[in-house]
Write a protein that binds this ligand. Structure first.
Ligand code: THU
Length: 137
C-alpha cells in the first residue's frame, strides 16, 4: 500500500465516525506527523450549530493535545453519499489552524474521492499569503 492509499483508507475509516445529523455531510481526515504517527478525525456537529467541529480540526486537536506539532500531511474525504464522494477542501478556519503549525510550502493536503482518485496540494496552494505566527514578529 502506498502512502496515499494509507491516508485515504484511514480518512474513510475516520469518516464512518462522523456525527453530522444536521448537514448529513460526513467528513473524515487523517493527519500524519513527520515521525510517522497518524491521527484520525471526523466532523462533530451540534444542535446549536456554532460548536460544530470539522474533521480536520478534530484530527489536529487530537494530535496537538498529545504533544505532536510536526506534521507532514493530511488526507480528507467528505460528502453526502456513500458511493460517489466529491473533493472536499478544508474550510478557512481549518486552513488557518494548519497555518499555525505547518510549513505552507511543505505541508500536503490530499483531497480524495476514493483510493484511486486524489489530488495533492500544499497548504500554500490553498492558503496563499496566509497570516501566521511569524507575522506577529
Ligand atoms: N466540514 C468538515 O468537517 N471539513 C471540511 O473540509 C468542510 C466541512 C464539515 C462541517 C460540517 O459538519 C459539514 O462538513 C458541512 O459543512
Amino acid at each position: 500500500m502506498n502512502r496515499e492509499e494509507l491516508g485515504i483508507k484511514n480518512a474513510l475509516e475516520a469518516r464512518k465516525m462522523s456525527y453530522a445529523p444536521y448537514s448529513e455531510f460526513h467528513v473524515g481526515a487523517y493527519l500524519e506527523t513527520a515521525e510517522g504517527n497518524g491521527y484520525r478525525g471526523c466532523n462533530i456537529e451540534n444542535a446549536a450549530y456554532g460548536p460544530s467541529n470539522c474533521a480536520e480540526r478534530t484530527a489536529f486537536f487530537k494530535a496537538i493535545s498529545e504533544g505532536k506539532k510536526d506534521f507532514s500531511r493530511i488526507t480528507i474525504v467528505g460528502g453526502h453519499g456513500e458511493d460517489s464522494l466529491e473533493f472536499c477542501p478544508p474550510c478557512g478556519i481549518c486552513l488557518q489552524v494548519m497555518r499555525e503549525f505547518c510549513n505552507p510550502k511543505e505541508f500536503e493536503i490530499i483531497l480524495a474521492r476514493n483510493e484511486k482518485d486524489f489530488r495533492i496540494y500544499t497548504l500554500e496552494d490553498l492558503l496563499p499569503q496566509g497570516f501566521g505566527p511569524e507575522n506577529l514578529g
